[in-house]
Every structure is written in C-alpha cells, then in structure tokens.
Design a protein around this ligand. Structure first.
Ligand code: NAD
Ligand code: UDP
Length: 313
C-alpha cells in the first residue's frame, strides 16, 4: 500500500510514518513544518520507501495513494491559537483538499479528530454519541469547531460522494517527539521538572485529563484504517483519568526534581474534565491501551533528558 501522512513531520505523524514503513508500506509524508520538524523524520529520509513533500494542505495536491492519514493541524493551544484563522483554514480547506484527493484517486481517508469536539463536556466519561458542549466564539473554537467541521465534511463526502472514510477522536496523547515549546502539559511539566524550574499548574489543578501513550494511539489508528464496515467516529484514548495536580506531583516524583508547584490563571474555556469511554473501540477494533502513565512518562522523561543534554553541548 502507498500511504499519505499529512502532518507527518509532527509528533504523532512521524511515529505513524515510521510504523507504516516498518509494516512494509510506501509512505509519502506531507508537512509545511509549522509545528513539525525535520529532526522528527531525518532518520527516515534514507529509506527508499519514504518520501517527504513540503506542502501546505490548504493548497490542493494530486498524488496516487491508497490510504490518507490526515493528521495535519497544530494540536497544542499555544500553536493553534498563534494564527487561529490559519488553524480554521487548515481544518476546513485542508480537509476538503484531502477529501477531494481521496475521491479522485479512490483512496481511503482517516481523519485525526479530537476529544475537543466534546468541548467542556457535561457527560462523563465521553461516549461517541455525545454531541458536545463547545463554545463557538471562544479562543479554543478555531480548533474545536475546526475539527467539528472537518468531521462534518468527512461525513458529507461519504454520504454524497461515497468516499471511504474513517474518523478517530484522539484524547490527550503524549510521548517522545512532542515539541518542547508547544506548551502542552506533559512536555511543560517534564521540562520544568528536569530544569528544577517552577511547575506551572493552571488554576487549582483540579481539572482532569486522561493521558494516552502514542504507541497505543498508533495501534488503534492502524486498526481503524483497516477495519471494514465501520466508519466511526471512535474514541481512542486511555481511560486513566488524573487531575493536573496529580500529574505535577507524579512528574516531580519520577524526575526526583526540586521544582515547586506554582499556580497560574486558568486559560479561558479550559475543559474541567475529560475521560474517554472506549467501549466502542474495544468492541469494534478489539483495541485497548496497554501503556500506563508511569511507563509512558518514564520513556518520555528519558527523551527530554536527552534533548536537554544535546542542547547543552
Ligand atoms: P503536531 O503539532 O506535532 O503535529 C501537527 C503536524 O501538522 C506538524 O508537523 C505541522 O507542521 C503539520 N501542519 C500543521 N498545519 C499544516 C498545514 N496547513 N499543512 C501541512 N502541514 C501542517 O501535533 P500532534 O500532537 O502530532 O497532532 C497530530 C494530529 O493529531 C493533529 O491533527 C491533532 O489535532 C490530532 N490530535 C492530537 C492530540 C494529541 O494529544 N497529541 C489529541 C487530539 C488530536
Ligand atoms: N496545563 C497546566 N500547566 C501547563 C500546561 C497545561 O496546568 O503548563 C493544564 C491546562 O490548563 C489543561 C491541561 O493542563 O487543563 C491540559 O493542557 P494541554 O494544553 O496539554 O491539553 P488540552 O487542554 O488541549 O487538553
């Protein structure tokens, strides 16, 4: 199979490219390097089955492929709020372009959607049948509503043009190759702890998230792509729910850090709780996450430790 991975130079995309190559596929990685970087895919460039194209998904492109993994979109609040209009364009025009491509070359397309489509949820844990509680005019809307429109586009191209689609809703995912500057909680806390700097907990830290290790997500995404007769949407996440305060304490403990916890204002519209109901993924994909937070964090801490060492030299 020849697979196109949009956003392939990013955190999740680069791991996906690597795994697809390992499984014997040809991979075309497409990225505009907004939040992705060459370092994430440098080790793949010498593989004859791998090709990189620097391209922005808001512009159309024609490629002969069998599978499209559509992951292009900044994912951290700092990055998606940096140029919110561009984030919407990436989600709307980018998804239209990829769906147009899928229609033309009869490729199957999988959208990397998000738990953010549930907004600040008042159903807990979140099931796929829940329509969400999203502010349409807030600072997170460019991303949340962008992904909601992307899902709508997927469904309409499917109903109207018979495009072969899959939708996954990814819950907070972490691991090596997260960008150190993207402001997400796992990378922020680990870097702060390793530098013995203050750990910045926003608000009281009572808000919850459920953290999934990237390998589990990749396994779920690959299963979903090849599952016949099921288009989703399906939640892919780890149901282990932690408060942000618990995460901060865990990171301090695991790194042996001297950092102190400080509290900063809670950003606008920050969801108070988030936990996936993964019954559907268990039933239809025979999938569940295998990596607990301690094991996943320990690999991620090693990665950032290495990165900081390299920066020093
Ligand atoms: P990331 O920022 O590391 O990766 C996004 C990639 O998309 C980057 O390489 C970036 O350069 C590229 N990109 C952005 N805009 C583009 C454009 N217009 N054209 C071409 N390339 C573009 O983030 P990530 O965590 O790897 O997220 C990947 C995907 O998974 C995103 O679609 C995100 O919404 C989704 N997702 C991630 C999480 C998570 O917790 N990591 C959760 C839910 C959904
Ligand atoms: N957060 C925090 N300190 C940080 C970064 C994030 O307390 O330095 C909080 C943030 O307010 C949110 C949670 O951690 O409640 C997860 O934030 P992240 O940006 O990683 O993901 P998202 O909010 O998109 O789930």
């Amino acid at each position: 199979m020849r697979a196109l991975v949009t956003g392939g130079a990013g955190f999740i995309g680069s791991h996906l490219c690597e795994r697809l190559l390992k499984d014997g596929h040809e991979v075309i990685c497409l990225d505009n390097y907004f939040t992705g970087k060459k370092d994430n895919i440098r080790h793949l460039l010498s593989d004859t089955n791998f090709e990189f194209i620097r391209h922005d998904v808001t512009e159309p492109i024609l490629l002969e492929v069998d599978r499209i993994y559509h992951f292009a979109c900044p994912a951290s609040p700092i990055h998606y709020q940096y140029n919110p209009v561009k984030t919407i364009k990436t989600n709307v025009m980018g998804t239209i372009n990829m769906l147009g491509l899928a229609k033309r070359v009869k490729a199957r397309i999988l959208l990397a959607s998000t738990s953010e489509v549930y907004g600040d949820p008042n159903v807990h844990p979140q099931t796929e049948s829940y329509w969400g509680h999203v502010n349409p005019i807030g600072i997170r809307s460019c991303y949340d509503e962008g992904k909601r429109v992307a899902e709508t586009l997927m469904m309409d191209y499917h109903r109207q043009n018979n495009v072969d689609i899959k939708i996954i809703r990814i819950f907070n995912t972490y691991g090596p190759r997260m960008a150190p500057n993207d402001g997400r909680v796992v990378s922020n806390f680990i870097i702060q702890a390793l530098k013995n700097e203050d750990i910045t907990v926003y608000g009281k830290g009572e808000q919850t998230r459920s953290f999934q290790y990237y390998e589990d997500l990749i396994n779920g995404a690959l299963k979903m792509m090849e599952r016949e007769d099921f288009i989703g949407p399906v939640n892919l996440g780890n149901p282990n729910e932690f408060t942000i305060m618990e995460l901060a304490e865990k990171v301090i403990r695991m790194t042996g850090s001297k950092s102190k916890i400080v509290h900063l204002p809670l950003p606008q519209d920050d969801p108070t709780q988030r936990q996936p109901d993964i019954s559907l993924a268990k039933k239809t994909l025979d999938w569940e996450p295998k990596t607990g937070l301690d094991r996943g964090l320990s690999t991620t801490i090693d990665y950032f430790l290495n990165l900081l060492e390299k920066e020093k030299n």
